[in-house]
Design a protein around this ligand. Sequence first.
Ligand code: GDL
Length: 448
Amino acid sequence: MKSCMPDYPTGVIEGFYGKPWTDTERFMLFDWLQTCGLNTYIYAPKDDLKHRAAWRELYSASESKTISSLIRASNKRGISFSYAIAPGLDMRFSADSDLDALRNKLAQVIKMGCRSFALLFDDIPARLAPNDRKRFGSQASAQAATANSLCEWLGRQAAGSTLFFCPTVYCGAMARPNVSHSEYLRELGDKLHPAIKVFWTGPDIISGEIPVDSIREFRSVLRRRPVIWDNLYANDYDMRRLHTGPYAGRPPSLKAETNGILLNPNCQFHANFVPVHSFASWLRAPARTSLQPARNRAIRTWLAQFQIRQPHKISFKALRLFCDFLYLPTSPGPGATQYLHDLQMLLRTPPSHWAGRYERFQRTSRLILTLFDSLLHIQNRDLLHALYAHAWELKERVLLVQAWANWRKANPDTTEKFAPAEFSPALLRGSTCAELDRVIAEILAGSQ
Ligand code: GDL
């Protein structure tokens, strides 16, 4: 029987921490994937209790009904649905009852119509219980034995079923001393059944770039090409971020070197329109030169979803600028970079030198502020709420720097400090975490 997994899985893994997407959002995702020609969705929300923390527990009748309907909806659109389970927080590898619990759980999902699965061991303690150590000797050996046994069992339960596997060391930075010499990865490469597909996030958890050499190194150790679990657009590790930039930092040849690529994107579902569409364009024509045009096309298409009550409106230019401020993990987009440069220039030179920079800074500020006002009139409130916190934060900052620039221009010779009545310094980034960030910056600067 032919495998039910596409030869080269491409699409989305819902694999982030925090509030899982709603079913309505998942249905919408399947539409996006189908429209874009992507073929895979993996269900792996870290905070679905029964996916990870309480992985042994079966789904209730109503939960089963919902998951079944997701599976049907995705299959109907030609999207392969994979169910992932993450037992690593407390699995006892040497206890038959735990292997049975895994099988029972997957048997339940097989009954719902699922034929593709993933076994995830990311973000768990890198140690084994004494009994497990006695029986398996190492974590790699225990995990490989479990995965192999599950793979074989799945084959007997449902012909054509497939299995993905996420190792505990899932990126170059985690490998000790490095990928080529990691005992854990070598042992997995030796022991894991060749049919099992292995996830890899690249050189880092959040990989700004994924060079082909790093993939070849993985392949020589794991004895297979990886399926990239791409965290480029993920934002669960820092909720002040949102990523809507182009699918960048991946060479065109990455496709040929891998066994599939899946995005684990922003927690805010609606913010993923541009990421998913840019990624799909990259897959169709993975050339560096097409990054910005593809992103522009995605933003234009996204704009159609911003139906706004008259007389307000949002222009392509404004939405692209907003996306430039919420770009990629390691860099702002072109419009935001220019805005920051302009502001730095205003800060470092007297107003008499500002020439056209001040006007350009003001134009960009106005565009952001008008965009914020227009967003409030958007019909699709879910879309608004996905962007709200980020739009609000940006608007507040823009108001503040704009007020400063105006004050500075009107008072070029003043020796007074800028002290706007409407802004309280204590409320600006005043959380305990912000305080901790300042201490951490000192620690990292080596000032202890
Ligand atoms: C991770 C987690 C993932 C999380 C991401 C970004 C993997 C394999 N696991 O380490 O669940 O969303 O980082 O924070 O990436």
